[in-house]
Design a protein around this ligand. Structure first.
Ligand SMILES: [Zn+2]
Length: 140
């Protein structure tokens, strides 16, 4: 059985599963074969499929909530799809920039921001390249 050496995911048949609890349970008493999972591979190769820019004065006052929401969305997505990861997260005064290894994770972050905090959302797709540029802003 194959286990990722960098994150708690393992190959179950043909599907990689990201699950910390199961990883420990399944690993016990088995011959461990190491292989980088597709998610860690994308991180390693710095494959960017989505860029999210969250902007505006609103972020200055609600930074913790905003960061929590990003991490919550990323965790949920990763549990469903092992390749969906946050590659980088940069913070500035009124801005948070997130790079994702998977397109729909970037879209989801934008949509969840709109749902939770309203504001204005724009999503631009580069269809051929399977790439999304997501911009959300709110000032007040
Ligand atoms: Zn991994």
């Amino acid at each position: 059985m194959k286990f990722c050496p960098r994150c708690p995911s393992f190959l179950d048949g043909k599907k990689w599963i990201y699950n910390e609890k199961l990883y420990q349970v399944v690993k016990k008493g088995r011959r461990v074969e190491k292989e980088l999972c597709p998610g860690c591979e994308r991180v390693e190769r710095k494959m960017v499929e989505g860029i999210v820019s969250l902007k505006g004065k609103f972020l200055g006052k609600h930074r913790t909530e905003a960061l929590n929401l990003i991490h919550h969305v990323a965790e949920k997505k990763r549990a469903k799809n092992v390749v969906a990861r946050i590659l980088s997260l940069k913070e500035d005064k009124d801005e948070i920039m997130v790079e994702t290894t998977e397109r729909t994770l970037a879209e989801k972050i934008g949509k969840e921001f709109e749902k939770a905090f309203s504001g204005h959302l724009e999503i631009h797709w580069l269809k051929k390249e399977n790439f999304a540029r997501v911009i959300w802003h709110r000032n007040t």
